[in-house]
Structures are given as structure tokens and as C-alpha cells.
Design a protein around this ligand. Structure first.
Ligand code: BES
Ligand code: MN
Ligand code: ZN
Length: 492
């Protein structure tokens, strides 16, 4: 389903439900759509306002069937909160919530009225995304789907030419849902070779991407001992997926996006506790975010070259699994003492990072469900952000802020290096009890060197544990929007 645009008068919109934003009564801004409701349904509006049924509180919905003077079957006042706090991120969620509600109330054809003051490109793209995000379901494997009405159409009603913004919203919405679909696939179904197949299918369906998959033999020849050590306990062979986007005019910069894709993380011999282990199917959410971003980048064609590097393995247990105390040699030549086989994400990432450097990337962002410690530090609200260079960090943070993805800058001082000391190899893969998200990031930094780099730890934000009004529980698709924004806003 694609979101469409209409510039017909809202009274002429034919739909099962027409959504109109209702801001908090306190300092409610002037609104032509709101006035149009008042013009023909004054008594109803006065009644729901004075009774307190409709006060403009966020996510509140108040329905009027068969409104006077409107073609739409229903009018829905969609509570939008305080006007001063309203932004595109709020709108994205409001629209997602309205879609979810409509699907449970039998409304298949929806429209959203946006007054001229709100009809910016940023808001329109966010509203279109919100439709896709809210429409995404997580019951792909249920033979009897949850009771609902399928959304058939969604029109954004706004004056002016907003085709580009709606297109961007459709592309970004679909990309996030692709990421969420992949991250929700269970470990028995989505193995590394199956992720490779999804990547190949995405590239085949896109225009302007090239794919190169390094298999186990090629990685052995190259010397990716760190990545291969993690993979050796699984019957499913590992890969390093490389996807290239090249702009029409060659760019001086080259952005590398590196995404952790552990299709299931048992912890290996340093096995995880049983409680909650089923969630470790989303330990490939970083790689999935990079795949989603590449799908959108192929369609939106930024001016900068972007290459994705997605190391994919299963961290399994078995007779051939690596042991605590094993020493592996990474692609860069640095040796690592594997003190804990559950700190596997960093082990696969460093070989991908070294490979990305050899491919000539000038800037690098990696994204990974890397540590439980980042969840302790930041909960499920902020992505943990680490960097070795302030200019590039600010570029990534600006994109995240524009896209309503919260990211918190964490420290990475050289004093943390000491935590990673090993008696028998160049470095150990864990840093002890304290500052676990930082020592994991520091480990990566040892391979990154001087390339401007940002590390995003999404262990807490890649998955939501409870249903939200705008999104069912499950993978969030976080970072897709930030990556696409980063590429599209790249300085010339
Ligand atoms: N995939 C996990 C991190 C994780 C934890 C992701 C919770 C999502 C939710 C990672 O591979 C891991 O196991 N990290 C260990 C590192 C430790 C052994 C130093 C952790 O955080 O416990
Ligand atoms: Mn682990
Ligand atoms: Zn992991």
C-alpha cells in the first residue's frame, strides 16, 4: 500500500474516516480543518469539548459517524497534544496510532487533513512513514491472523506539491518495515544463508545496488579469524555481505555502514541464561537496519557513495564451538583472547571494520545490538552513541535529531583501554564488570583507527517489549531513518 496525496477540500474527501488533528485546548492554534468541523457540526464539537471527551491529549481519538457536510463516513479528532511540543516525530506516531486504531475499528480507507501551516516536507514524509509503521504486523507466522481490517488506502490531504515528501515517506516506511520483518524472523528460519538470500533479493529488486558476498572460504583466505571463530560452532556457514551504492557523479567521500548480524546469539560456551534468550533472534537488528537503509538509499539516490558491510554468523554451541581462552587472529593481524564467547558481536565487527577500511571508506558508522550494559545505562529510550571524531559525530546526531531517533553521546576516553588488557594476546574481548557498553565500543575503536567513526549500540532500542499505540511489540527498525538522512544530507 502506498500513501497518496490529495488537495481536494476536506469536506469532499471520500473515506471511511477523515482524521483531523486536535491540539490541546490550551493555546490551540487556528486551524482551517477544525473550523470546517465547527461550521457544520458545531453542537457535536461543543459537546465533546465541554464533556472532556476530546481535549486534544496525545493519542486521544474521538469519533463522529456521518458528520454533517462531509463526504467521509466518520470524522476522527486525533489528539495532538500541546502545539508548542508538536513536531514531525509526534506526527509520525500519531498517524501510526490512528492507523492501528482504524484497523481494529473496521475502517479501511483513511485520510488525514493537514493545515497549510503543518504541511511541511518533513511533516508530510513523517506522516506517510507513520502509516507504514502503524500498518506493519508481526503475525507473519500465525496461520490465523489477528482480527483486523486491512488498510486499503491512506491519503494525506494538503494544499501544494508534496509528491517528493510523500515518496520519501513511502520509501522510508517500507524500508523500516523490511528491517522489522527481518529482525523478527526466528533463528531457525533466518540463518546466515537465509539473510544472504534476503539481501540478494533486495538488491535484485532495487536499481543501482551491487552485491558481493564473501563466503567462508574467501574469509579464510583473507584471514578473518575473529569472525570465523564465532561462526565455527554453527552448522550454518557465515558470510560478509557487501552492498555498494554508487552515485551518478563520483563523490569524494565514501560512507561505510557496518551492521552486526548474529542471526541467533546463544552466548556460545559462555552460554546465556534461559530467561529471555528467545529474544536473541534480533541480534541481527543492526545488519537489518543497514539492509533497510540500503533499500531506501537505492530509491532516493543520495550524492555520496555508500557501502554496507554486514557480517552474519550464528553464535551457537557445539563440539566445534570456540572456547573461552581461545586466541584468534583478526584480519588486521591483531590477536584477541576470547575471554567470553558471548562478547561475539565485537569479534565479527572488527573483521568487517578492517575490511571496510581496505575498501576505502572515508567515514564509518556501525550499528549493533552489542551490550546489555547499554540497556542498563540508557534503558529503551536512547541509542548509545560513541565516536572518535566530533565533526562526524555531530553530522550523525543532526540526522538522528531530524528523524526523531534519540541517541546519547557516551564517553570513549583512552583510560578505558586498560580494561581490555590480556596477558596472552594483544587485547581481550571483555573489559570486566564496569562500563560494559564503553569497553565494547573501545574494543571496536582499536580497529577503526583514525577513520571518522560513530558506533551505535541498539541493544536497548532495537526491540520494544510492550505494544505502543503506533507500533506492535517487536523490532523497532531504529537507525534506518538516521542512516538515510545522513546519506541524503551529506555535505557536498
Ligand atoms: N547480543 C548481546 C547483547 C544484547 C543484550 C543485545 C541484551 C540485546 C539485548 C551481546 O552479544 C552480548 O551477549 N553481550 C554481552 C557482553 C559481555 C559478555 C561482555 C553482554 O552484554 O552481556
Ligand atoms: Mn553475545
Ligand atoms: Zn550478540
Amino acid at each position: 500500500m502506498q500513501v497518496t496525496l490529495s488537495n481536494a477540500p476536506i469536506t469532499a474527501i471520500v473515506a471511511d474516516a477523515l482524521l483531523v488533528l486536535q491540539f490541546d485546548a490550551d493555546l490551540r492554534p487556528a486551524s482551517a480543518s477544525y473550523d470546517a468541523i465547527r461550521a457544520s457540526n458545531a453542537q457535536w464539537l461543543a459537546d465533546v469539548e465541554t464533556s472532556g471527551e476530546a481535549g486534544g491529549k496525545p493519542f486521544e481519538t474521538t469519533v463522529l459517524h456521518r458528520p454533517q457536510g462531509f463526504q467521509a463516513k466518520r470524522l476522527i479528532l486525533l489528539g495532538a497534544g500541546k502545539a508548542a511540543k508538536f513536531d514531525s516525530a509526534t506526527l509520525r506516531r500519531l498517524v501510526g496510532a490512528a492507523v492501528r486504531k482504524a484497523k481494529s475499528n473496521g475502517a479501511a480507507n483513511l485520510a488525514l487533513a493537514l493545515d497549510p501551516a503543518l504541511a511541511t516536507a518533513e511533516n508530510i514524509a513523517a506522516a506517510a512513514e507513520g502509516v507504514h509503521i502503524g500498518n506493519h504486523e508481526v503475525d507473519a507466522h500465525k496461520s490465523k491472523k489477528d482480527e483486523r481490517t486491512e488498510l486499503a488506502s491512506f491519503a494525506i490531504v494538503a494544499a501544494g506539491d508534496h509528491a517528493a515528501a510523500v515518496h520519501q515517506g513511502n520509501v522510508l516506511g517500507e524500508a523500516q518495515n523490511f528491517t522489522r520483518f527481518l529482525a523478527n524472523e526466528p533463528g531457525n528460519i533466518l540463518t546466515p544463508p537465509v539473510l544472504v538470500a534476503h539481501a540478494r533479493a533486495m538488491v535484485a529488486a532495487s536499481e543501482g545496488l551491487e552485491i558481493d558476498v564473501l563466503d567462508k572460504d574467501r574469509m579464510t583466505q583473507l584471514g578473518m579469524g575473529s569472525l570465523l571463530g564465532v561462526a565455527q560452532g554453527s552448522p550454518h556457514p557465515p558470510s560478509l555481505i557487501v552492498i555498494r551504492y554508487t552515485p551518478a557523479t563520483p563523490s569524494k567521500d565514501h560512507l561505510g555502514l557496518v551492521g552486526k548480524a548474529v542471526t541467533f546469539d546463544t552466548g556460545g560456551v559462555s552460554i546465556k541464561p534461559a530467561d529471555g534468550m528467545e529474544k536473541m533472534k534480533y541480534d541481527m537488528a543492526g545488519g537489518a537496519a543497514v539492509l533497510g537503509a540500503m533499500q531506501a538509499i537505492a530509491k532516493l539516490k543520495p550524492a555520496v557513495a555508500v557501502t554496507a558491510f554486514i557480517p552474519t554468523v550464528e553464535n551457537a554451541i557445539g563440539g566445534n564451538a570456540q572456547r573461552p581462552g581461545d586466541i584468534v587472529t583478526s584480519l588486521s593481524g591483531k590477536t584477541i583472547e576470547v575471554l567470553n564467547t558471548d562478547a561475539e558481536g565485537r569479534l565479527i565487527l572488527v573483521d568487517a571494520i578492517e575490511y571496510a577500511k581496505r575498501q576505502g571508506v572515508t567515514h564509518m558508522v556501525d550499528v549493533a545490538t552489542l551490550t546489555g550494559a547499554v540497556v542498563v545505562a540508557l534503558g529503551h529510550i536512547h541509542v548509545g552513541l560513541f565516536s572518535n571524531e566530533d565533526g562526524f559525530r555531530q553530522q550523525v546526531q543532526s540526522s538522528a535529531a531530524r528523524q526523531g531517533e534519540k541517541m546519547w553521546h557516551m564517553p570513549l576516553d583512552d583510560e578505558y583501554r586498560e580494561y581490555l588488557k590480556s596477558a596472552y594476546a594483544d587485547i581481550g574481548n571483555i573489559g570486566g564488570r564496569w562500563g560494559g557498553a564503553i569497553t565494547a565500543a573501545y574494543f571496536l575503536k582499536e580497529w577503526v583507527g583514525d577513520t571518522p567513526w560513530v558506533h551505535l549500540d541498539i541493544a536497548g532500542t532495537g526491540w520494544i517489549d510492550d505494544n505502543k499505540p503506533y507500533m506492535p511489540k517487536g523490532p523497532s527498525g531504529v537507525c534506518v531513518r538516521t542512516f538515510v538522512d545522513l546519506a541524503l544530507s551529506w555535505p557536498a
